[in-house]
Design a protein around this ligand. Structure first.
Ligand SMILES: [Zn+2]
Length: 148
């Protein structure tokens, strides 16, 4: 038994595979185009807000991949469960557009907290900032007084 196929046959098998790959690729691209068309039609029918991609800001090279709110060409109400209290909330299409296009929110960021917990989180952060600023100020004064 030869351990390898003769070179010529191997090459032929490779050609066949890449032809198949190209065909699959073309098919996938066609399917994707069809999917986008269907999405657009559906979006127009439902009067959805279109995502203006030129206004989006992204920090990652991955773009919209994996961002649950960017799976189509329209903003859609995004139901989620608050990571703090477990309450079910909906991040509306309108506030998504506000966040991404007007506030310049990064594409990779999306709602994880309900309004209540978001407010609480903001207060907690403000408080932490205040305390750390106070700490720095105390240290600075100690240094000035030669106690540091
Ligand atoms: Zn919550």
């Amino acid at each position: 038994m030869p351990r390898h196929y003769p070179k010529r046959e191997r090459k032929k098998a490779g050609d066949k595979r890449s032809r198949l790959d190209r065909r699959r690729q073309r098919q996938r691209a066609a399917e994707e185009k069809e999917r986008q068309r269907a999405l657009e039609k559906e979006g127009r029918r439902r009067g959805l807000i279109r995502i203006r991609t030129d206004r989006l800001r992204s920090r990652s090279v991955m773009g919209s991949m994996g961002v649950p709110t960017f799976q189509g060409c329209y903003y859609e109400d995004y139901p989620f469960v608050c990571c703090d209290c477990g309450r079910k909330e909906i991040w509306t299409a309108k506030s998504q557009r506000w966040w991404y296009e007007e506030m310049g929110g990064e594409m990779e960021s999306f709602a994880i907290r309900c309004r209540c917990c978001r407010d609480a989180e903001r207060r907690r952060k403000d408080e932490a900032r205040r305390i750390s600023a106070e700490g720095r100020e105390r240290k600075r004064r100690r240094m000035e007084n030669g106690e540091g």
